[in-house]
Design a protein around this ligand. Structure first.
Ligand code: GLU
Length: 334
């Protein structure tokens, strides 16, 4: 066997906080604080990790992921890019709170330029809980990152013995350890330390997109409006007044817009704001010109992305073009 085949991979673990780094809070009964345990302790809590890879740890952020913002995501993306560019690093594992994990992972899935494995991991139970799921999930994330099959599949998310694509995964339960699910199912499963893949992402990602997060120092402002019966135009108008560049409308069913809201979205479009029709339904695609006159209105449809991910895609897309046709194509491509 060649030296290359037997060399243990070098994996950088970047920690950002979350429940995986959380500990029980002394001041609130039954509660805990996210983001209290440092990266070296997270790594030390996983027995035998050095059998899988040479692991280094770096604390990039230490936050509850509900406080993640575009600046934090771009800081993480820049550091990840630097490491992936280095010949000394074979893959990157990122620990992250599960509440916004899908957003950060999706942004990096769209805008990293490397084909080296990048694997996000979180946990639902804090580090000092009975049957904490963090150490097992972290071991699995490192095992996936170390495996050649993870290469070229974009950003992956590993939790609860499942391997998901960052494009599809979404938080679907508030408490259960099986909190992260994908509408089309996971790409594969862990069998011990072995990832077993059954599917691969077909939509373009990472090095296959025109985006490069390391060249960006911010994203355009995009707001999400959640539709409901008896909704008023106040949220749309407030977003337009605040200078938003696009509005993602999480509509009913196939992205429907109530008759009394349509006018405010048309006015927003006339003022130069892009309108993206998404759905508040948990799965399925929003089809162009079916539930609204998208061509006539100059609106966009999201395909099957959820509203919080659509926000990131339209923000990134607007760094390249303002053309409605080109923006729409991006929703159908990524
Ligand atoms: N709000 C916390 C976070 O996202 C808890 C969720 C978790 O990490 O599981 O960081």
């Amino acid at each position: 066997m060649s030296t290359q085949a037997t060399r243990r991979p070098t994996i950088a673990v970047l920690a950002t906080g979350g429940t995986i780094a959380g500990t029980r809070s002394p001041d609130i009964a039954g509660s805990y604080r996210a983001a209290t345990v440092g990266v070296q302790d997270l790594i030390a809590a996983v027995p035998g990790l050095d059998e899988l890879a040479d692991v280094t740890g770096e604390q990039v952020l230490q936050i509850d992921s509900v406080n993640m913002d575009d600046a934090g995501m771009l800081t993480l993306a820049r550091r990840t890019s630097q490491l992936l560019d280095s010949d000394d690093v074979d893959a990157v594992v990122i620990t992250h709170g599960t509440d916004t994990l899908e957003e950060t992972a999706y942004l990096l899935h769209l805008g990293l330029t490397s084909n080296k494995p990048v694997v996000f991991v979180g946990s639902m139970r804090p580090a000092d809980a009975l049957s904490a799921d963090g150490p097992r999930n972290l071991r699995h994330a490192v095992a996936v990152a170390a495996n050649p099959q993870a290469r070229g599949k974009g950003v992956l998310v590993v939790m609860n013995d499942e391997i998901h694509t960052a494009r599809d995964v979404t938080k679907s339960h508030t408490l259960n350890v099986a909190a992260l699910r994908s509408p089309h199912g996971p790409l594969g499963y862990m069998v011990g330390d072995a990832p077993v893949f059954y599917r691969a992402p077909v939509r373009r990602h990472t090095w296959q997109t025109p985006f490069d997060l390391s060249a960006l120092d911010g994203l355009p402002q995009v707001g999400v409006v959640y539709a409901h019966a008896s909704m008023t135009t106040a949220t749309v108008e407030a977003l337009v007044d605040s200078g938003t560049a696009a509005i993602v409308h999480a509509g009913m069913g196939n992205g429907y817009v109530s008759e009394h809201i349509s006018g405010s979205l048309m006015a927003a479009r006339a003022a130069g704001v892009h309108i993206v029709r998404a759905s508040r339904a948990a799965s399925g695609s929003v089809v162009r010109n079916i539930a609204a006159l998208d061509d006539a209105n100059g609106w966009l449809v999201v395909d099957d992305q959820n509203p919080q991910k659509a926000r990131l895609l339209i923000a990134l897309a607007m760094t390249k073009t303002q053309d409605v046709g080109e923006l729409q194509q991006m929703f159908w491509t990524y």
